[in-house]
Design a protein around this ligand. Structure first.
Ligand code: ZN
Ligand code: ZN
Length: 369
């Protein structure tokens, strides 16, 4: 964790900032280990006078013990009845010691909170909105993070493999979603990483379908998109299958999506852009005549958040760093019929993709076929 602070301080130096106030909950957890969102961090630059090298965690009485347990390398700033007065005093002191340029996370801080912070900051302090400073650090996972992600992936896989073969026509989407989540929770998941998608038939034509009370029918596409959290880290996986015998249409679409996924996965290695990988999958689907029916990006980073940097999409022209973890999830969606999506999680390595997901890819819920 101290290494993470050192990396953040390098970023601050490069951006000519004296410090940053971190309010985004996953960024707080990443830098400090503190798991409650009711806190903020103040981290200052190294080597700039007396205000240098501060790492403060501001929170209230409910969490004092938790700070000592989870974040021993942070100094506690105890927020009393009027938290902004405490913060103001702290900032004034840091300013006295040489803090002039303080960053905040503009994609997270609310307008209201910004106003209140500004009111208690010394007038001469420049309060500057920044974007993605900590998120960029979070992209590259260390071994402990990859280990937690792997455990989340394997638990999600185990839930799917235990529940999917037992599904029968007539079960509702909601019931299937609950069986999957209950199995994962009973076997150690902290929670679901997002509300599971279980979508049958026409509902599967919506990439982000909401679970309904509609019973699943034999022979129609059923998309299950699920993920669980272990030690704060998320998994994310999608399979589309049918109950009973798949028809020729389902087979055709399913195999195109699988080919797109395999081509893209084979192209992944550190240094290749997210855009180039997205193109690999998109070309397969376009050549098969379904280019218009793949309307979302190919994948996204996963970590403490289920959607984070880097991206695999036409909007991500930057190279993928080694140690990042991404999903590969092409899909084809046909209004009125349904859709097929297949999603795995992979670690980006120097020489290729290390696939974490172990759930078999099969046309039916009988996972050997
Ligand atoms: Zn997913
Ligand atoms: Zn995903």
């Amino acid at each position: 964790m101290t290494d993470r602070l050192a990396r953040l301080r390098k970023t601050l130096a490069r951006k000519n900032l004296d410090g940053i106030v971190v309010t985004q909950p996953q960024n707080i957890r990443y830098l400090s280990g503190f798991t409650s969102p009711d806190a903020l961090l103040i981290i200052t630059q190294s080597g700039r006078g007396l205000a240098a090298d501060k790492a403060l965690l501001a929170t209230d009485f409910r969490y004092f013990e938790q700070v000592a347990d989870q974040s021993p390398h942070f100094e506690l700033l105890a927020l009393k009845d009027k938290p902004h007065e405490t913060l103001g005093a702290c900032w004034a002191e840091l300013h006295e010691q040489g803090l002039y340029r303080l960053a905040y996370e503009k994609t997270h801080l609310t307008v209201d909170r910004h106003k209140r912070f500004r009111q208690v900051l010394p007038r001469r302090v420049r309060f500057r909105g920044t974007e993605g400073l900590v998120e960029d650090l979070r992209m590259v996972k260390d071994d402990a993070e990859i280990d937690a992600i792997r455990r989340a992936v394997l638990l999600g896989d185990a839930a799917f493999m235990a529940v999917a073969p037992r599904l029968n026509p007539g079960m509702t989407e909601k019931a299937v979603a609950w069986q999957l989540e209950a199995w994962a929770r009973e076997h150690g998941a902290e929670r679901a990483s997002f509300e599971f998608i279980v979508a049958g038939g026409p509902n599967a034509a919506k990439p982000h379908a909401v679970q309904t009370d509609r019973p699943i029918q034999e022979g129609e596409p059923v998309t299950v998109d699920m993920g669980v959290v272990v030690d704060g880290y998320c998994s994310d996986m999608t399979r589309t299958f049918c109950l009973g015998e798949p028809d020729s249409k389902f087979r055709e679409i399913w195999h195109i999506v699988l080919e797109a996924q395999e081509k893209a996965t084979a192209g992944i290695r550190a240094g290749v852009t997210g855009q180039a990988i997205d193109t690999l999958a998109r070309d397969v689907i376009a050549q098969a005549g379904y280019g218009e029916n793949f309307g979302h990006g190919l994948g996204h980073g996963v970590g403490l958040a289920v959607h984070e940097a880097p991206g695999l999409s036409q909007r991500y022209p930057k190279p993928l760093p080694a140690g990042s973890v991404v999903t590969v999830e092409p899909g084809i969606y046909l209004t009125g019929w349904g859709g097929v999506r297949i999603e795995d999680m992979v670690v980006v390595r120097a020489n290729g993709a290390e696939v974490l997901t172990t759930t078999p890819k099969t046309l039916t819920n009988q996972l050997t076929k």
